[in-house]
Ligand binder design. Structure first.
Ligand SMILES: *Cc1c(COP(=O)(O)O)cnc(C)c1O
Length: 367
């Protein structure tokens, strides 16, 4: 008998009636997009939840990041890491900026702050660090470097919705942060994303930029595209937000089961949240370094059991053909390369059963 198929993630759905109740009004108002009531309500609730002054919703996370970068009118070079989803690098490059690849640290795979300053030139205008897997960047050091050199800091926080440190949402960090609400993320609005920022001016620019740069019916101040979140997405976001606390606690329970099964094993490194961090348990990255099997062997073995872990993030973005030319003129990023070749993201989601986690871990540990 074929074993049950398990993918790396499975979107959480609100009760069907809750969603249909949420969208019912749309048949009365017939207001489907362009800052409707659901959109405004979600925006307000996200401000309350995160404590960030301004939120701007987008059709997806990528558009949020690409537009934030555009709104800051950056020039020249942007320092970022290649150990991420390719969207981060594209958002920089598609703005006509040059991505400068900084290596990551071995502790939590975020930007290696000791290597940033050597990459700063007179062309550098910003740093775009990534809270990869919801693991947090060294914000204090990043802010210090940015202040010293007059750089903007824009976080790719696609994985960090619902991550708090010292009781404060990490989306407050830097000049702005981008979140993704894609169906595969811990919090989702089917597709969706948001910009979180402190500046009223940037908020105003983003509101125009996601709607063709129009600032009124008869004025257009920016050359921009269409990146608006619609009411059906916002309605799903409102439902997801209502259940998000429960979502995180179920994920936490599952993550802790993995930690219990896999910790203390030679050659296996887990990303366990630090004590002052409230995690969203978005991913279960496991590094196999000096283990009896390689990452690829484990991925293959799991696949034989119909379990599909993912090689997030392989290869690093500076190895993609579209970035090879730029990257070949830069220093290498050996840590990013090493981690990328040895890390595997195991299935983790709210409805994943405890015995499935045990089964996955038994396959990995050969029990
Ligand atoms: C998902 C993701 C994005 C893009 O978000 P979308 O909502 O899918 O457009 C950007 N960066 C990272 C690190 C991501 O994981």
């Amino acid at each position: 008998m074929e074993e049950k198929k398990i993918l790396v993630t499975c979107s959480s759905m609100p009760p069907f009636e809750e969603y249909t109740d949420e969208i019912k009004e749309l048949w009365e108002t017939v207001w489907l997009t362009n800052s409707g009531a659901k959109h405004r309500e979600l925006e307000r609730k996200l401000c309350d939840y995160t404590g960030v002054r301004y939120v701007s919703l987008f059709v997806n996370g990528h558009q949020a990041l690409e537009n934030i970068i555009a709104a800051y009118k950056l020039k020249g070079e942007v320092i970022t890491t290649p150990f991420t989803f390719v969207s981060t690098t594209h958002a920089i490059a598609r703005n006509g900026l040059k991505p400068v690849f900084c290596d990551i640290n071995r502790e939590n795979y975020t930007i290696d702050v000791s290597k940033i300053e050597a990459l700063i030139t007179k062309e550098t205008s910003a740093i775009v660090p990534v809270h990869v897997y919801g693991n947090l960047c060294d914000d204090e050091k990043i802010e210090e470097i940015a202040a010293k050199h007059g750089l903007k800091v824009i976080y790719d926080a696609a994985h960090a919705f619902g991550v708090f440190r010292g009781g404060r949402s990490v989306l407050n960090w830097g000049d702005a942060s981008m979140c993704s609400f894609h169906a595969t993320k811990a919090f989702h609005s089917i597709e969706g994303g948001a910009a979180f920022m402190h500046s009223a001016e940037i908020k105003e620019a983003l509101e125009a930029m996601k709607n063709f740069g129009m600032t009124s019916q008869e004025t257009t101040d920016y050359i921009a595209g269409n990146a608006k979140m619609n009411e059906f997405q916002a309605a799903m976001g409102l439902c997801s937000l209502r259940h998000f606390k429960d979502e995180v606690s179920k994920r936490k329970k599952n993550a802790e089961r993995y930690y219990a099964n896999l910790s203390g094993i030679e050659g296996i490194k887990l990303s366990v949240p630090l004590s002052d961090v409230e995690s969203n348990y978005a991913y279960m990255p496991v590094l196999f370094d000096g283990y009896s099997m390689t990452r690829d062997e484990i991925a293959g073995k799991l696949a034989e059991h119909n379990i599909y872990a993912r090689k997030y993030f392989f290869p690093p973005t500076n190895e993609f053909s579209c970035y090879r030319d730029i990257a070949s003129k830069q220093e290498g990023t050996p840590v990013a390369k090493h981690i990328s070749e040895n890390i595997l993201t195991l299935p983790l989601y709210a409805s994943l059963a405890a015995d499935d986690i045990d089964r996955i871990c038994a396959i990995i540990t050969n029990r």
